[in-house]
Design a protein around this ligand. Structure first.
Ligand SMILES: C[S@@+](CC[C@H](N)C(=O)[O-])C[C@H]1O[C@@H](n2cnc3c(N)ncnc32)[C@H](O)[C@@H]1O
Length: 235
């Protein structure tokens, strides 16, 4: 199955339930912290979806441009926050921005949905539009990831923070959209066009795409996602 923009349009009808889900919030907050957003910086969110990460970056003072090839997602993003500039574009094509344009780039849960042979070109484009000295923070689910592990880490977190009664209430509230999320994630995992990174693989690809300094893998999202921080060095 190819993950087309119409697949994402359906998925996005339930996607934002993740905004009350602690592991997703922790993941987005960590990306923002690692970006070290400064007021007025131009920041690209590559594959912004409904804008959850873009909004957090904007709240920290970044001037965000979100790009995505799913029109419906960008409309949801615009409805939620009209200050975020959105551009409908396919990341596997040349990006409509000049060289060295953005101070920073973020991308969460996107590259794995792109065919393996195209991933390197996507990263090269992100490198091209990033200023020398600029940082890219990228995270994707790891090979063998389990949605049950992500959910159980969220459950444990809510139990400790909010107690049993509120946890049960939250789980019941999330039940219907969660079942739909499970279904879409099942489709993603069964699809032939995704590619999940083994340990160290996303890091190697970032070097290959021209980033000169890349952090070791950082495990987040119930330890089911790999985050790397990469720097485009001065020539
Ligand atoms: C799992 S969602 C992640 C959304 C968002 N980054 C987040 O953290 O919530 C994957 C996103 O990648 C986008 N996407 C996938 N392939 C793309 C492509 N070739 N060009 C642009 N966007 C793409 C999808 O439309 C979707 O919005």
């Amino acid at each position: 199955m190819l993950l087309t923009s119409s697949f994402w349009t359906k998925y996005f009808k339930v996607y934002d339930i993740l905004n009350i889900f602690p592991p997703y919030q922790e993941l987005l907050d960590t990306i923002c912290e690692r970006l070290r957003v400064k007021r007025g910086e131009k920041i690209l969110d590559a594959g912004c979806g409904t804008g959850n990460l873009a909004m957090k970056i904007q709240e920290r003072g970044g001037v965000v441009t979100g790009v995505d090839f799913c029109r419906e997602a960008l409309m949801i993003c615009q409805r939620k926050n009209p200050h975020i500039k959105t551009v409908l574009t396919d990341l596997t094509k040349p990006l409509p921005f000049p060289d060295n344009y953005f101070d920073k780039v973020a991308s969460n849960n996107v590259l794995y949905t792109i065919a393996k042979e195209k991933q390197i070109d996507v990263l090269r484009e992100l490198n091209r539009v990033l200023k020398p000295g600029g940082v890219l923070v990228i995270s994707n689910p790891k090979k063998g990831w389990s949605i049950l592990k992500i959910y159980s880490s969220g459950f444990k977190h809510t139990l400790v923070e909010e107690g049993l009664f509120r946890t049960i209430k939250k789980m019941l509230l999330m039940l219907a959209p969660t079942l739909q999320m499970f279904y879409y994630n099942f489709k993603i995992k069964r699809g032939r066009h995704y590619y999940f990174f083994k340990s160290g693989e996303q890091r190697s690809l970032l070097f290959e795409a021209g980033f000169q300094k890349v952090s070791d893998d950082i495990l987040l999202y119930g330890k089911q996602a790999i985050l790397n921080i990469a720097i485009k060095w001065f020539k």
